[in-house]
Design a binder for this molecule. Structure first.
Ligand code: MLT
Length: 327
């Protein structure tokens, strides 16, 4: 009898929790890179859409920079599991698992997986003064001058870092370029447009407008095929088309809560997120920048976690082949 009473009390408490969440306290979306970059953009646009699908919610974005996104991820892994501190992160969740030997959290154990958001292609871009206008010119220029050039990224294990490593490995660049880390690809883009760095590989959500405005030069996309559905990006070849067989890199984004967040809260968040992914305004804004909103089983926690588990295994050899490790 006592056990029944305890179970009844627990379920009443859980029900009450779900009824009161999110309450008046804002929900913080931690973005582990600088404001204005592609990760920040996804979080802000998703937060705006979820305000409509999670009644009474108020989302705020907090940029917690550093160490390729792992400092922000650590903050969320150690946050109170009350549904008020969430992480919006990308392929770095998997890439850093293979790059960093001393993470302060376990990627597959210290988070509740809330579902995936989108898949974003990347573009190889250069400063306006770069003496190349086609991908072929670009690759020949890098082969001839690689050792004297620098490539920007958002820290070890960031998407831009991973892409730069994979591309240099794929073209067998003789001398590695100097890598210049930034707190995100927003400041990196500013440096590129100003000619302070030579090239970068970054997500279309951050590069499309700059390419269109002629503030940077674009040479190729990193997806297996061309982005034929995009009015601007369709004109750029894929790296695979340019002879880099098998090159296929897309930056996926997901949302996470600290382990131990109540199931009723997780369910509310996942349902609100899935509804937000169908929001016409969210879809329009994402598609305009080349992003593809997730519609498959990765929108559910189980599918999200299974996908990231597979990505960790897939990326490890690619990172080791590029021979770069960071503690
Ligand atoms: C990355 O390269 O990982 C991202 O573009 C970083 C960012 O969102 O600024």
């Amino acid at each position: 009898m006592k056990r029944l009473l305890v179970l009844a009390a627990a379920s009443v408490a859980l029900f009450a929790q779900a009824q009161t969440y999110p309450g008046t306290k804002p929900i913080t979306l931690v973005v582990p890179f600088a404001a204005g970059g592609p990760t920040d953009l996804v979080a802000r646009q998703l937060g705006e859409a979820m305000r409509k699908t999670l009644p009474g919610s108020n989302f705020v974005v907090e940029n917690v920079n550093g160490a390729g996104g792992t400092i922000g991820a650590t903050k969320v892994a150690k946050a109170a599991p009350d549904g008020h501190t969430l992480l919006v992160w990308h392929i770095g969740m998997a890439a850093t698992a293979g790059l960093y030997r001393k993470l302060q959290y376990k990627p597959l154990e210290d988070f509740e997986y809330l579902g995936m958001i989108n898949d974003v292609p990347m573009t190889l871009i250069g400063k306006p003064q770069l003496p190349a206008n086609t991908y072929r010119d670009f690759e020949n220029y890098i082969r001839a001058n690689g050792g004297a050039l620098n490539i920007a990224h958002a820290g070890l294990g960031s998407a831009s870092h991973l892409c730069g490593l994979m591309w240099q490995s794929a073209v067998n660049a003789k001398e590695a370029m100097t890598t210049i880390p930034f707190n995100g690809t927003a400041p990196a883009m500013t440096a590129l447009m100003g000619g302070q760095v030579d090239l970068m590989c970054d997500q279309t959500t951050n590069t499309t407008q700059q390419i269109e405005a002629g503030r940077v030069k674009a040479f190729a996309v990193t997806t297996a095929g061309r982005l034929n559905n995009h009015k601007l990006l369709k004109d750029y070849p894929s790296l695979q088309e340019m002879g880099l067989k098998g090159f296929n890199l897309t930056v996926w984004h997901g949302m996470y809560a600290p382990k131990g967040t109540p199931p009723a809260v997780l369910k509310q968040l996942n349902e609100a997120m899935k509804a937000a992914l169908k929001d016409p305004e969210f879809l329009k804004r994402q598609e305009a920048l080349g992003a593809v909103v997730v519609t498959d089983k990765r929108v559910d926690p189980e599918g999200h976690k299974a996908f990231v588990t597979a990505e960790i295994a897939k990326l490890k050899p690619a990172i080791e082949a590029a021979g770069k490790f960071a503690d």
